[in-house]
Design a protein around this ligand. Structure first.
Ligand SMILES: [Zn+2]
Length: 64
C-alpha cells in the first residue's frame, strides 16, 4: 500500500482528474463552496470532506 499518484483522490471523486470519460461536477455535499457550515456553530465552516475543500468532484460522464 504505497502507491503514489499525482493528485489525491477525494472521497467524492469517482476517478482521478483527467480520467477519460469523467469530468468535474459540483460537489453535492457542499454545493461547490468547498466548505461545510455548521448549523450549531456560526464561527465559520470547515473544509468539505467529500471534495477535500475544492468544491468539485470528479464524476463519470454517462456516455449517452
Ligand atoms: Zn464538497
Amino acid at each position: 500500500m504505497n502507491t503514489t499518484h499525482d493528485a489525491p483522490l477525494n472521497p467524492g471523486d469517482d476517478a482521478p482528474a483527467g480520467t477519460p470519460g469523467t469530468g468535474e461536477d459540483v460537489c453535492p455535499v457542499c454545493h461547490g463552496t468547498g466548505t461545510l457550515m455548521d448549523e450549531d456553530d456560526d464561527g465559520g465552516g470547515q473544509p468539505c470532506p467529500n471534495c477535500g475543500g475544492t468544491g468539485v468532484v470528479i464524476e463519470g460522464v454517462g456516455g449517452g
